[in-house]
Ligand binder design. Structure first.
Ligand code: AMP
Length: 127
């Protein structure tokens, strides 16, 4: 596994407080904030504070404490947004883009949580 983390990416700058964000939730290992160009009424980005490029990098290299904190944070955020189906919420979609074919723009792991309307088909079919 070879990942070169670019510490000049925009989410690294948010983590260092160099640029602002609209914070939704924060723990020791995790930060969540509103997407600057929301694609749904709720569009939250959840990032680990550690330098992980994408999900498989995080899943293979992060500590158990980071993974536990990140996963629990996503659950808490969905509950706090009121979108968790188990709480009678209307549901959500989680997306984690990775690399070229995943069309990842920012090379710091982030899960998108999209909710507040029907999010539509999973992917656009292309020939
Ligand atoms: P991705 O294509 O999965 O890498 O998504 C990157 C996301 O980051 C996009 O949805 C952008 O709108 C969002 N984004 C970029 N810059 C910022 C920023 N400064 N604050 C919040 N969200 C951002």
């Amino acid at each position: 596994m070879q990942y070169d983390y670019d510490d000049q990416n925009i989410f690294a700058k948010i983590l260092r407080g160099e640029i602002p964000c609209q914070k939704v939730y924060e723990t020791q290992h995790t930060l969540a904030f509103s997407d600057i160009a929301p694609k749904a009424p709720h569009h939250v980005l959840v990032i680990p504070k550690g330098p992980y490029v994408c999900y498989d990098h995080f899943a293979r290299a992060a500590s158990d404490a980071e993974i536990l904190d990140y996963t629990r944070s996503i659950g808490t955020i969905c509950a706090e947004l009121g979108v968790a189906p188990g709480d009678d919420g209307n549901g959500y979609r989680m997306i984690a883009n990775a690399g070229h074919d995943g069309v990842q723009e920012v090379p710091h792991l982030h899960v998108h949580i999209l909710a507040g309307r029907n999010i539509g088909p999973m992917v656009m079919m292309r020939p």
